[in-house]
Design a binder for this molecule. Structure first.
Ligand SMILES: Nc1ncnc2c1ncn2[C@@H]1O[C@H](COP(=O)(O)OP(=O)(O)OP(=O)(O)O)[C@@H](O)[C@H]1O
Ligand SMILES: [Mg+2]
Length: 241
């Protein structure tokens, strides 16, 4: 099976803090991979390293065959990204922002595509509103759109469901599950373990920067285990040692 993303002994230190500690993992093309872990366990730092937003202290990683240390801009050009808590520029309208993204990424036929997304995520009435005046959930819809509008071979999303209402969570969850069926790959971080169990094929659990587990979700369910209880037992066990 072809690999979409591979990390080898990735480590990131912020001064004395080891945010990610010697993590190796690989993600197959065509899979939806969930990175799980308590607050502060290193998920965002991991995504930042994999998308060339921050340079690892040591170790290496390749994303769609591109070395994230040697060519971080090359990685960002190929993937779709929703960074943690990122919001679109306050001084552009929703539509202007998508047109800006389309110009940078050289996306053809942007009018048709943005209309499809406005309709799909139900925010056509906001297309001419300045981003600063959008609700948090609508800003997230826009961020989601910019990450997927060019249908990247790989999308990395830090908490895809955050800020979405239950209806929109359902729409987005189904979209993610369908996206990988076309052979594309998605890497998400999430705290919503039930959703991870439902839509992810592979997952990893980080705790205090250390990789506690990585493997297929099916391996767990075949043993009659569930991801939420597996996660809690692993992380709590670690807490008591
Ligand atoms: N820019 C930074 N400077 C210093 N320390 C940082 C920086 N970014 C992250 N850290 C630290 O690295 C560790 C991992 O943080 P990170 O944001 O990767 O965790 P996370 O798993 O994404 O958490 P959450 O679930 O809360 O989003 C934390 O101890 C955090 O305080
Ligand atoms: Mg985070």
């Amino acid at each position: 099976m072809a690999v979409a993303l591979e990390a080898k002994n990735l480590t990131k230190k912020y001064g004395e803090v080891i945010a990610v500690d010697n993590v190796s993992l690989s993600v197959e093309r065509g899979s939806l991979f969930g990175l799980l872990g308590p607050n502060g366990s290193g998920k965002t730092t991991m995504i930042k390293m994999l998308t060339g937003q921050t340079r690892p202290t040591s170790g290496s990683a390749s994303v769609l065959g591109v070395d994230v240390i040697k060519d971080p801009v090359g990685v960002r050009g190929q993937v779709g990204i929703i960074p943690e808590q990122e919001t679109p520029p306050s001084f552009l309208t929703a539509m202007e922002y998508l047109e800006f993204v389309a110009a940078v990424r050289k996306i053809p036929d942007i009018e048709t595509k943005e209309d499809w997304w406005f309709d799909f995520l139900d925010f056509a009435d906001k297309k001419n509103v300045l981003c600063k005046d959008l609700s948090r959930g609508t800003r997230q819809k826009l961020m989601f759109t910019q990450a997927f509008i060019h249908e990247p071979a790989l999308a990395l999303i830090d908490e895809p469901l955050i800020n979405f209402d239950p209806i929109m969570q359902d729409v987005v969850k189904d979209y993610l599950a369908g996206y990988v069926k076309k052979g594309r790959t998605i890497f998400i971080s999430t705290h919503i373990l039930e959703v991870a169990e439902e839509i992810c094929s592979g997952f990893a659990i980080l705790h205090k920067g250390i990789l506690l587990h990585t493997g297929p979700v099916a391996e767990l369910t075949a043993r009659g285990e569930h991801l939420p209880s597996f996660f809690l037992s692993l992380v709590r066990k670690d807490r008591h040692v």
